[in-house]
Design a protein around this ligand. Sequence first.
Ligand code: C5J
Length: 226
Amino acid sequence: MAELAAHPYPFTFKPAEAALLIIDMQRDFIEPGGFGAMLGNDVTQLERTIEPLKALLAAARSSGLRVIHTREGHKPDLSDLHESKRIRGKGTTTIGDVGPMGRILVIGEPGHDIIPELYPIAGEAVVDKPGKGAFYATELTDIVAEHGITQLLVCGVTTEVCVHTTVREANDRGLDCLVLSDCTGSYFPEFHATALRMIAAQGGIFGWVGESGSVIAALTAPAEPA
Ligand code: C5J
């Protein structure tokens, strides 16, 4: 157990009951030429999350902290894609159509995959989610229950969309979320900042906001003598 610096007050980190949840670090959202860029977003805004996340993931792996990755996407037959989501934005090319990295947000296509820097390894759960929240229509509720997880260290993109939706869902399921500001990102810096403020406001209405450095320090600290 370790007390981590966080807003609105220190987070009591219990590694045995925690998981690192990395949300949607997919090529289509992060790399130039993907779906995110096609929508007109400045994908370079997300780059700053990659190095801190790499370091955090390495520390999680070395310490045995459970790691869960998510990917936003749909079955190739699009049977799990609501029409409302497909047509949102009135784009000429949309989810399921062929984009620069294969069919957009379709499972198995190159753009849907996780970026090489953070690629999952054996033993790490990869949760495919058709919605913005990682609990909606996925096996995440079962994974959390099966492993006795009560805390999520939440990272990934984008802060105000899939990260926020997931934190809200987790909050309503009785989980404590520590959202790491340096490991989350948005195409819109002002939305990132505001989304984080919303989480920690009102005494931590949705959870806590901290930084990866304190998690890494706790994971790599020498064990205290028994
Ligand atoms: C979006 C996400 N922004 N992962 N997805 O559509 O936040």
